[in-house]
Design a protein around this ligand. Structure first.
Ligand SMILES: [Zn+2]
Length: 510
């Protein structure tokens, strides 16, 4: 199962990286080349190595069960691979939203053994998947197809339940008994293919047709269990259980009328019986008092539609038109959509004019503050953005606004202030590449070469480029004063990364 999608994929990802995800957070050209050049080496190994290998020693326990720690380690490995190879949306607002929604559901779930993290991949195909270590990934297309927050939550609840029921681990264990192939490598390829379906799906379909179908496409009983448990989670968290069969119905309709079934159905098969079962169970449940989508859902949907998909321009326009005639929340989200649209079209004065009145009414809205910052920065008004963010209510405690402020500091020539803020930020949020990327920029602006290299090293490590990361830390160490605290810190980091490399080697070894 060698599929060389990386070569074909490269130009598209490079183009994506050049695009601004968080406004103003541009990946530097040199760094882009470094990242994506490195990607080829970094990911090719597990993809190519999988078939001929023996099952790696996962150190399974006597009962043949993966330990939770092993699951978490594998999850960490795949997450870094995914960061390196898939168009993850690192938009702080959307990431914060999807994690808040996800955590609300996780709180209502039983058998939670790992922390959960939620991610969004920029992709116009409908899909969602979960992998080891409580990592749940949705495609940005879900924001288009989910008409309300309960529908979006129903997909997350289903994925969360695959994790809490340990379907992946159980499938892996049964696979281990029956087929001697490197499960880990195969799973890695499949995850990456799912993350990049334009190129990967052809290969994945071939894979699914073959003997490996059992590994990633869950069994029907797994699917029904994830529905059943997911429904309970959904209802306990205060969402409408009917949203699950409703959304499934939508998927089923889509597969009936489209030439090609939604990708989601390949990874989560949906026979009529599954739909009927979910419908029956939902009918037996108490329906909470009319559940309205939260304001945040409407903002998130609008942002995803207007910023992260060129294919959905008509849908975005239609949604804006409809919501302008809708309830108060919808009208507000429509205003936001109009402002984002104007900003995207570089009509900054228009964007400002649309946004200012709604910002005046809710001066603590991260959605409005974030967009107004971008508008200001695009018009070289960094000082104005900084002043607004400094006095915005609650900004101190909101990571999104802290990132915005750091970004404004960097753009406004206050690199030292940016660094101070970003050290704190990255200490609290070490898994967010945005913080490291900005810290690298702030350090560079102050001529602090070692700090810049270290921050870039952290960024590379997050996308699985451990060799390159270690190289940068070595460089940073050699540029530091001999015996200094900084040098000790960089050397310690090198040791940690080497240990990580060691641990990951069992997932990659050929
Ligand atoms: Zn499923």
């Amino acid at each position: 199962m060698v599929f060389n999608w990386l070569g074909a994929e490269r130009p598209r990802i490079t183009a994506l990286a050049g695009k601004t995800f968080l406004r103003g957070f541009r990946v530097k050209k040199t760094l882009t080349a470094l990242l994506f050049g490195a990607m080829l080496g970094g990911i090719a190994a597990p993809v190519v190595a999988d078939m001929q290998d023996q099952l790696p020693d996962m150190g399974t326990t006597a009962g043949g069960t993966l330990s939770i720690n092993q699951e978490i380690a594998m999850g960490d490995f795949y997450l870094r691979q995914m960061r390196g190879g898939a168009p993850l949306i690192d938009d702080p607002l959307l990431v914060q939203y999807i994690n808040q929604l996800g955590q609300r559901l996780v709180k209502s779930a039983n058998s939670v053994r790992t922390p959960f993290h939620f991610f969004i991949i920029r992709n116009d195909e409908l899909n969602a998947f979960a992998f080891f270590g409580g990592n749940v990934v949705i495609h940005s297309a879900l924001f288009r197809y989910a008409e309300n927050e309960s529908e979006l939550a129903s997909v997350l609840a289903h994925e969360i339940s695959h994790v809490t029921q340990r379907h992946l681990a159980r499938a892996m264990e049964s696979q281990q008994r029956s087929v001697p192939l490197t499960w880990v490598g195969a799973l890695g390829s499949i995850l990456l293919a799912m993350a990049n379906p334009q190129v990967g799906m052809a290969a994945l379909s071939g894979t699914l047709a073959g003997a490996q179908q059992g590994i990633i496409s869950f069994t029907q009983s797994n699917e029904q269990e994830a529905d059943r448990i997911g429904l309970q989670v959904l209802q306990r968290a205060g969402f409408d259980p009917q949203a699950m069969p409703n959304f499934m119905q939508k998927l089923a309709d889509q597969s009936r009328y489209a030439t090609k079934p939604p990708e989601m159905l390949l990874t989560h098969p949906l026979p009529e019986s599954r739909l009927a079962d979910a419908r029956n169970r939902a009918n037996q449940m108490m329906r909470p008092a009319p559940t309205q989508s939260s304001q945040d859902f409407l903002f998130a949907k609008m942002r995803a539609l207007t910023m992260y998909s060129t294919a959905y321009k008509a849908t975005a326009d239609e949604t804006i038109d409809n919501w302008l005639k809708g309830n108060v929340r919808e009208q507000l989200a429509a205003q936001y959509g109009k402002a984002v649209r104007a900003y995207e079209e570089k009509k900054y004065d228009d964007a400002h004019a649309v946004l200012q009145p709604v910002l005046d009414k809710t001066p603590d809205s991260p959605w409005f503050l974030d967009l107004m910052t971008d508008i200001d920065l695009a018009q070289n008004k960094a000082a104005q953005a900084i002043a607004r963010l400094q006095k915005a209510p609650g900004a101190q405690n909101n990571p999104v606004l802290q990132l915005n402020l750091a970004n404004a500091y960097v753009t406004g020539g206050q690199a030292a202030a940016a660094s101070r803020l970003l050290y704190r930020y990255s200490y609290a949020n070490p898994g967010d590449p945005n913080g490291w990327s900005l810290l690298a920029q702030a350090s560079a602006a102050q001529g602090m070469r070692a700090e810049e290299l270290a921050a870039r090293g952290e960024e590379l490590a997050l996308s699985g480029k451990l060799d390159q990361a270690i190289g940068l830390f070595s460089n940073a160490s050699s540029q530091s004063k001999l015996g200094s605290l900084e040098q000790a810190r960089y050397d310690a980091r090198i040791d940690q990364l080497r240990q990580l490399q060691q641990r990951f080697r069992q997932f990659e070894k050929s």
